[in-house]
Each structure stands twice: as C-alpha cells, then as structure tokens.
Design a protein around this ligand. Sequence first.
Ligand code: C2E
Ligand code: MG
Ligand code: MG
Length: 394
Amino acid sequence: MSKTLRIVILDDDPVAGTILKAAASAHASSVSHILNPDELATAVASGCDLLFLDLVMPERDGIDVLRAHAASASSFPPLVLVSGLDAGILETAVHFARRLGFRVDGALCKPADILDVGRLLDNLGRRRSGRPGGSQQSLTQESSARCLEAIRNGELFLRYQPQIDLATGRTTGAEALVRWNHPEQGELQPLTFVPLLEEGGAASELAQYVLLRALSDTRQLRQTWPAFRVSVNVHASVLRAPEFVERLLSALRTENMPAGALCIEATETAIVDDAPDTLENLVKLRMAGVQLSIDDFGTGHSTLQQLLRLPVNEIKLDRSFVSRLETSAKSRALTHGVLHIAAALGASVVAEGIETSEVHATLREMGCGIGQGYLFARPLTLDALTSWLGQHVP
Ligand code: C2E
Ligand code: MG
Ligand code: MG
C-alpha cells in the first residue's frame, strides 16, 4: 500500500491500540492512536485516510460513534471496524455502518496480529490502485448526451474477463465488460458512464453496441476455440423491450452463431420484477437456446419462490460473498445454500471476484463449477484474451 496513507486508530485499550499501531506503521506514512471518541473530530480533521474504529469502548461504543458522525458519513474517511466480539456481530456492524452511508473497507477480529493487519492493508492497497481514479469521478459532470455520442463515435470498446472451470482450470468463456476510451480522460470504467446512458434512455443503444461487438469477436474466437462462450450484461429496461429478443436472434443469425454460445447476464432485481414483458422475453430467449444468468446474486431482494419461477441456467454469486468466504461463516453458509439451490434448479454457479488462492481452493472444495476474478485474469482486451486462450485452453 502507498506509504502516503495516514491512519487513525480509535481504541480505548492502550495495549490493543499500540499493537495495531505497530502493525500498521509499516504500511502508512503516519499512524496516530487516540483513546477517546472526543478526540476523533480533531484527529480526522488533521488528516486521515483510513480510520480503525474499535466497537467495544466504555461510555460511548463504536456504534454510538458511527451514529454521532452519520450526518457527515459520506465525507468521513473509510473505516476498518475492529472488535473482539463474535464475527457475526462485526458483520452486522459493518452492514449498519454502510447503511448509514460510511465507506467500510474492512473488518478485523481482535486480537489482530501483524499478519492480519498487513494482509488487510495490502489487499486494500491493491483494491484502491485498481479503482477508478479521481479524474473519473469528475465524469459524473458529463451529460448522457455526450455518452451517447461516444457510442456513435466508436469511443467504446470491450474488455473480456475469462471464466474458469474450477475443477480443470480450463477457460470456458468470458464476460464482456464495456469501457470508454475517452479522448481526454483515458480509459473509463463502466460505473462512471453506464448508469448515465441507462438513465438517459440509451440503454438499448448500449446493449446493441455491446451485443454486436461481443458476437462478432466471439465468432472469430470460436474458429480456434469452438466451445468459447460469451456473457453480456443487459439492463432491466432492455430486457423488457419488445424488440429485444428479435434483435438479439437476428444478430446471432448474422454472425451464424449458435444461441448457446451467448449468455445474457441480468441482475436479480431486473428479472424478478415479474413484469409480463420481461417474463415473455426471458421465456423466448430460453426457448431459442440463449443462456440466462442472474448477476450479482445475493444482493437483490428475490425470494426462493421467484427464483424457482425463472428459467435460469446460471447464478453468479456476488463478489461481496466470495471475498468474505475465508473470514465469514455466514458467507460460507450462503455459498453452500446457493450451490444447493442451483443444483436443484439444474443451474451452474459462477463465483465472481476470486482474488486469492485460498478462496479459489475453498470454492473448488465446495463444488462451485466456474470462477472469475483477478486471481485468474483482469478484464482483457481482445488481443490479450486471444493470447490468454492460447495458453489456457489446451
Ligand atoms: P458485473 O457484471 O458484476 O461485472 C463484474 C465486475 O467485477 C467487473 O467490473 C470486473 O472487472 C470486476 N471484477 C472481476 N473480478 C474481480 C476481482 O477479483 N476483484 C474485484 N475487486 N473486482 C473484480 P467492471 O468491468 O468495472 O464492471 C462493473 C459493472 O458495470 C459490471 O458488474 C456490470 O454491472 C456493469 N457493466 C459492465 N459492462 C456492461 C455492459 O456492457 N452493459 C451493462 N448494462 N452494464 C455493464
Ligand atoms: Mg456481469
Ligand atoms: Mg456481477
């Protein structure tokens, strides 16, 4: 992690605070330890990029501290919550802090040792360096009209993140992820412009671009790797549009591609709304042989009953569960549950966001079929994907 990081630790226990301070010092430019919540405002104001907040303190505990600062949660430094209590309580506290609007970057069970703290700060450093940078935030100033122009000017392109069969290590396909090659700001991540397009009514134009590009690239890849499958993300409004299925099937015909080579990823919220138009399109897609995947599974509000009514082939287990598999018994239980439900539905499970070999091994032991994540590959350009496939599909 960058050594410009300024860390503040709020912990009433002098010994625990000192240990934490020693462990964090190797990763930060400054670490200050305060014992009392009254000192917090001053410590934060004088410069803090990460706050370690102890939950159990006399008089005012960590939850009271969060409540007291809730009004300024969005401008508060990112948090790491620390506690000697049961891991389940720590998880609920993390959830509570996020609901109040705080950014929580981690949780640490006491007694924390130097290795735990080092690992947490290293992971955080890697995540932060992979995050959209400051200039990308300013893109929210861009209008949706400018984004639409970007599609028409050919400024968008696709990256592909490989999906790996966890049992054999072979690559089964890839997810297409859109990027904007912005003339001034360089490569922009989808979260900075896709919502603008979708809210500006241009979701179907984006979907059309992504679909045609992905199918044409896939046709080319399948000449060498005939089993290669591509997954494409589709917004709820596109999924219920009357022309969606016909356009998609006509694109498949144009590229002379079998429907099974394409998987449509839609979020849980997009497909469980029970709108007849959406259901009609889902059924038609499946009847044509196109695969259907529920993206970010576990983050929406679907019930099992809704899930049973949907014609899904695949469930994508959200990375918020996958990344916590090693530390959270609840995430492990949920993953087991999803694997059982998927098996009963005849659907496969793709685990998103696999970053460590420990998580990879756990998922493989649990019987999860497919995985995707930085451990294997970041989203790649078409050229980079082509070389990747050369090495990973014997
Ligand atoms: P998603 O569909 O859930 O895509 C997975 C996201 O997780 C990708 O981010 C990918 O780069 C990231 N990711 C993959 N492995 C890891 C990992 O190991 N660690 C971490 N921290 N992240 C990982 P990306 O490319 O920034 O896309 C973000 C979201 O933007 C996508 O989430 C999807 O919802 C949306 N999106 C991307 N392309 C399109 C598109 O063509 N159309 C639409 N409608 N949405 C898109
Ligand atoms: Mg997706
Ligand atoms: Mg996802």
